[in-house]
Design a protein around this ligand. Structure first.
Ligand SMILES: NC(=O)c1ccc[n+]([C@@H]2O[C@H](COP(=O)([O-])OP(=O)(O)OC[C@H]3O[C@@H](n4cnc5c(N)ncnc54)[C@H](O)[C@@H]3O)[C@@H](O)[C@H]2O)c1
Length: 483
């Protein structure tokens, strides 16, 4: 339920109500989880035009991107959860050993309790509902706090969730810093946050007060290494689709900068110019197939990066800006200084610097010298290089010969490492992110050996050691009095 002015008492009451529901056991049942997931599916199936329209209002997002990268991906997540939930919920049998014999053991996926999901503005439906699918699948009560920077999406989410989902256990709180701060004062069983590393630190500090575990889905500067041994046309197209074709670069796994050799850079730039024109025409500022910049603050942030000394003269394509309509043309820059704003902060927009290196070895050094990114990309036909990149580059995820598509594969965990975040989700990983893996050991009253009971003796010590080490021969020897 959406509350008009959300105060401290509202936050406390919300927590009390949801905890009561969780404690009643309603959210634990398979039927409840399925019923809520089905309602989320109805939202996707029956309200796609409204979702597309809200995303257009907030970001000028093209219909194809909204329908495919937000609604269709969500539908997939829900359908997967519906088809797999019984298996995910089933306890996993665990092996037992001589130490506990006779016994059986299992791992139960226990719901955590009442959890909080705080999401970002750039993919406001996907990034809000995908974690909620995990929270519901795992049997939790959940509060969603969408981003205030995508207000049309936030209010539509609040309206639809209130209309369809069980209000005793699933709620949306709209708002900005004040509301989020009030929510963060409550004691949650998990906080799942998507957004910048700067705010991630605030979230983690608030969570620490209650020893609440967090998943932090953050961002970073995701590099793209382009080897000269590549399919140039396909490489250029996929980089463009992954940068400007994904919310105009306002995506967490967007290519942030390209690394390539000095010799190869001119070829790559030419190919990208040609393909950009094929994608968006001679005047990309008029293209309807690209999102706009979310708001004037972000527009000014990007302008500042572009106008910095020793950066503005490095533009090799684009650079046009229109503040009134919040548009910036796809812009490629060559060899901007490493200490520029553009190379120090996550770009999160339509600017793409290319850094040239003398050899590929140097690219590895550049990547290694920077905070660990959310994604790292490589374009090459060289098998040895692929293997080396995958095995030695530390990033949340790696894609060879494409951009961002790992996000669409629910068999892969999605999440960061180091500065790009902690924890992961998608598919079964979402269910696990919102479950506690509870260890359960069942013993009977049979076989009550006194070996671990006082009074202790050398014999008991020897036998216990043999049991703990699963040393059957030694057990045998002790039991039958051999030295
Ligand atoms: N890993 C991922 O899946 C993923 C996805 C999208 C975006 N991101 C990252 O998110 C960043 C962009 O998002 P953003 O941070 O601009 O989004 P944002 O400004 O929408 O903030 C995210 C959330 O934090 C809340 N928030 C803002 N300030 C706060 C404060 N002081 N205290 C408590 N809560 C606060 C907002 O209300 C919002 O719900 C980029 O770094 C991007 O890479 C990561």
């Amino acid at each position: 339920m959406t509350t008009k002015v959300f105060g401290a008492a509202d936050a406390t009451n919300l927590m009390t109500e949801l905890r009561r529901s969780f404690d009643s056991g309603v959210t634990r049942g398979y039927e409840w989880r399925v019923s809520q997931l089905k309602k989320l599916l109805i939202i996707c199936d029956n309200h796609e035009p409204e979702i597309v329209s809200a995303l257009h209002d907030d970001l000028g997002k093209p219909e194809l991107e909204s329908s495919v990268y937000e609604v269709a991906l969500l539908r997939n997540s829900i359908k997967l959860a519906l088809s797999q939930l019984k298996y995910w919920m089933a306890p996993d049998k665990a092996k037992t050993s001589l130490t506990t014999f006779p016994a059986s053991a299992e791992i139960i996926s226990d719901p955590l309790g009442v959890v909080l999901v705080i999401s970002a503005w750039n993919y406001p439906f996907l990034l809000s509902l995908d974690p909620v699918i995990g929270a519901i699948s795992a049997g939790n009560a959940v509060v969603l706090k969408p981003s205030e920077l995508a207000p049309a999406s936030s209010s539509l989410l609040a309206k639809l969730m209130e209309q369809y989902l069980d209000p005793s256990a699933v709620r949306v709180v709209e708002g900005a810093v004040t509301e989020t701060t009030l929510l963060l004062e409550q004691k949650w069983e998990k906080i799942f946050y998507t957004g910048s590393s700067r705010i991630g630190r605030i979230i983690m500090a608030a969570a620490a007060k209650h020893l609440t575990p967090v998943v932090l889905e953050l961002g970073g500067k995701s590099p793209v290494l382009v080897d000269s041994n590549t399919n140039l046309k396909v490489t250029a197209r996929r980089i463009i689709a992954g940068k400007w074709g994904c919310n105009n670069g306002q995506a967490c796994i967007s290519p942030d900068y390209i690394l390539t050799t000095k010799d190869y850079a001119p070829k790559l730039i030419d190919a990208m110019k040609n393909e950009l024109e094929a994608f968006y025409g001679k005047n990309p500022m008029e293209s309807k197939d690209m999102s706009r910049i979310v708001n004037s603050n972000h527009f000014d942030r990007l302008s500042k990066m572009l106008e910095e000394k020793e950066v503005s003269d490095k533009i090799v394509l684009g650079g046009q800006k229109d503040r009134e309509n919040l548009k910036i043309a796809p812009t490629i820059l060559l060899d901007v200084p490493l200490d520029s704003l553009m190379m120090s902060e996550e770009i999160f927009g339509p600017l793409l610097p290319i850094l040239t290196v003398n050899n590929l070895e140097e690219s590895f050094d550049v990547i290694r010298s920077r905070p660990k990114p959310l994604a790292a990309y490589l374009f090459t036909q060289n098998e040895k290089l692929k293997e080396r990149f995958a095995n030695t580059v530390s990033a949340g995820g790696i894609v060879v010969n494409d951009i961002a598509v790992h996000l669409a594969l629910p068999t892969l965990p999605f999440g960061g490492v180091g500065e790009s975040g902690m924890g992961s989700y998608h598919g079964k990983f979402s269910f696990d992110a919102f479950s506690h893996k509870k260890a359960v050991l069942y013993k009977s009253f049979l076989g009550d050996s006194t070996v671990r009971y006082a009074p202790y003796s050398r014999g008991k010590l020897r036998l216990l050691k043999a049991l703990v080490n699963s040393n059957l021969l030694e057990v045998f020897k002790v039991l039958f009095g051999f030295k």
